[in-house]
Design a protein around this ligand. Structure first.
Ligand SMILES: *[C@@H]1O[C@H](CO)[C@@H](O)[C@H](O)[C@H]1NC(C)=O
Ligand SMILES: *[C@@H]1O[C@H](CO)[C@@H](O)[C@H](O)[C@H]1NC(C)=O
Ligand SMILES: *[C@@H]1O[C@H](CO)[C@@H](O)[C@H](O)[C@H]1NC(C)=O
Ligand SMILES: *[C@@H]1O[C@H](CO)[C@@H](O)[C@H](O)[C@H]1NC(C)=O
Ligand SMILES: *[C@@H]1O[C@H](CO)[C@@H](O)[C@H](O)[C@H]1NC(C)=O
Ligand SMILES: *[C@@H]1O[C@H](CO)[C@@H](O)[C@H](O)[C@H]1NC(C)=O
Ligand SMILES: *[C@@H]1O[C@H](CO)[C@@H](O)[C@H](O)[C@H]1NC(C)=O
Ligand SMILES: *[C@@H]1O[C@H](CO)[C@@H](O)[C@H](O)[C@H]1NC(C)=O
Ligand SMILES: *[C@@H]1O[C@H](CO)[C@@H](O)[C@H](O)[C@H]1NC(C)=O
Ligand SMILES: *[C@@H]1O[C@H](CO)[C@@H](O)[C@H](O)[C@H]1NC(C)=O
Ligand SMILES: *[C@@H]1O[C@H](CO)[C@@H](O)[C@H](O)[C@H]1NC(C)=O
Length: 390
């Protein structure tokens, strides 16, 4: 007290000066301040409400206490504005147990609408949690800044809310491996900035796919296991100029239902059409012109030797999966022009040839992996193996 009373006035004005300066530095360095002691109180409260709705048996959100929500696990704040921009609650403790996964560390319970108070959120990842077959809350469609939304492998159910179509800035949408029912909402077609769409393993169907035509930024599309046999307007797929990877595995498609006379995308590098019902390669005429195709997965159809003829000029191919088809009389020379193939999967066809001759014919190709199980090869491999080891 005495000290303050006796505070020399010169010194006092010095301090005042220093404080004014500090204040003005503070103003210009506002960004720093916000980053250091920040977390907007409204957003902190919203996160605590969200936490209270979750069931969290392994206390993954135990760091969600105290003042600075920007330092809580899974939260990222903007360096520029201090607002919460990223919420990553993906369950990284997941362990693969064969086909199944161990969900011990999963979050569950309720996703509360306080999420909407995180108005600047552009990244939301809730993958690998367990929401017990409840619906995706429709209000997620109001997080208008979202660019990344990952709700994969999280045991969501019910219909996919059409409100997701309001997320016009979305670039990544991953809903794979959930238990939805009903149709693909055509409003998904409103997401014209989408680059990556994964709806595989979601138990939904689609009567038509015209909505795809609006997704003009799409690079990656996975609709595997969706029953698309009744879908019409496939030709619209041809308008997706930027498409690089296309997965249509087990979509119940055949040459009648999947008819695509012409496409404008030329950058396709991975095409998976496995486990459908194709037999005539002529119906895929647009494929045989693709000059960037590296990975071709045609396993599990009814293709016969005509397929090899169709593939004959595709020297960009590096991985070729033709297992589970009806290739009976393939010769090694059929692959003569496929000079870049590193992996060739031919298991479970009915190849009937002398194995030694076949393997000798394969030698020049520079293959790294060759699978031939469950065919009708005959002859004696030992002499060929002997020469390989010599
Ligand atoms: C914020 O923290 C950083 C380092 O963590 C430091 O360099 C900077 O000066 C701090 N800014 C303020 C305003 O405290
Ligand atoms: C998810 O939670 C439900 C109960 O809410 C439970 O029946 C189910 O087994 C859980 N799923 C997994 C994969 O643990
Ligand atoms: C979504 O999350 C899953 C699981 O964490 C991950 O494997 C997948 O790559 C993510 N999807 C995208 C588009 O990033
Ligand atoms: C969001 O989408 C729904 C259904 O598609 C629509 O009825 C609603 O008007 C949209 N809301 C906004 C704010 O755009
Ligand atoms: C969104 O999708 C619906 C249904 O496909 C369509 O009627 C509507 O015009 C679309 N809105 C925009 C803004 O593209
Ligand atoms: C697939 O969908 C079509 C109609 O769109 C239906 O007739 C068919 O039974 C479905 N197939 C399977 C295996 O569900
Ligand atoms: C491909 O592009 C041409 C010229 O831009 C256009 O006329 C045609 O309709 C397009 N075809 C498809 C299937 O998108
Ligand atoms: C293709 O599938 C459709 C719908 O499932 C079916 O009606 C049609 O007979 C099939 N066509 C061929 C050639 O198998
Ligand atoms: C394949 O390419 C040739 C030559 O570039 C072209 O004339 C033909 O129309 C193309 N075919 C298809 C189905 O795109
Ligand atoms: C290899 O390509 C050439 C030129 O395109 C073609 O004439 C020939 O038939 C092809 N050979 C095989 C075995 O497909
Ligand atoms: C296969 O060939 C090797 C060496 O040429 C010979 O030793 C072996 O007995 C043959 N095996 C059979 C089953 O013919």
């Amino acid at each position: 007290m005495t000290k303050i009373k006796n505070f020399p006035s010169a010194l006092f004005s010095f301090w005042v000066l220093l404080l004014t300066q500090a204040t003005s530095t503070l103003a210009t360095n506002e960004l720093d301040t916000r980053v250091n002691n920040s977390c907007p109180p409204g957003e902190r409260a919203a996160l605590l409400t969200l936490k209270a709705g979750f069931v969290d048996p392994k206390h993954r959100l135990s760091s969600w206490e105290g003042h600075d929500c920007c330092s809580w696990s899974g939260i990222t704040c903007s360096k520029a504005t201090g607002h919460v921009v990223k919420l990553d609650l993906s369950n990284t403790y997941i362990q693969e147990l064969g086909f199944f996964h161990d969900y011990n560390y999963a979050l569950g319970g309720e996703i509360r609408s306080s999420l909407l108070s995180l108005r600047y959120l552009n990244y939301l990842d809730l993958s690998y949690n367990n929401f017990s077959y409840t619906k995706i809350p429709h209000f997620i469609g109001a997080l208008k800044d979202l660019r990344y939304l990952n709700l994969s492998l999280s045991n969501f159910g019910g219909r996919i809310p059409p409100q997701l179509g309001n997320l016009s800035n979305l670039q990544y949408l991953d809903l794979c491996a959930n238990y939805f029912d009903g149709n693909i909402p055509p409003q998904i077609g409103n997401l014209s900035n989408l680059q990556h769409l994964d709806l595989s393993w979601t138990f939904i169907y689609s009567y038509e796919v015209a909505w795809l035509a609006h997704l003009t930024s799409l690079k990656h599309l996975d609709l595997s296991t969706i029953n698309l046999s009744g879908s019409i307007n496939w030709e619209r797929l041809g308008m997706l100029l930027h498409l690089q990877t296309l997965y249509l595995s087990d979509c119940k498609l055949n040459e009648t239902s999947f008819s695509l006379p012409h496409v404008n995308f030329t950058k396709l590098s991975t095409f998976d059409l496995s486990f459908n019902e194709f037999s005539n390669p002529q119906s895929l005429i647009w494929v045989w012109n693709m000059t960037d195709l590296r990975s071709v997965v045609f396993s599990g159809n009814n293709f016969d030797g005509r397929l090899l003829n169709a593939l004959r000029n595709m020297n960009s191919i590096q991985e070729l999966f033709l297992d589970y088809n009806n290739l009976m009389d393939m010769k090694s020379s059929d692959l003569k022009n496929l000079t870049n193939v590193k992996l060739l999967e031919l298991s479970r066809n009915q190849l009937t040839r002398d194995i030694t001759k076949f393997m000798e014919g394969m030698s020049p190709y520079g293959l790294q992996s060759l699978y031939l199980s469950e065919n009708n090869f005959y002859g004696n491999l030992s002499s060929w193996i002997g020469r390989m080891l010599a």
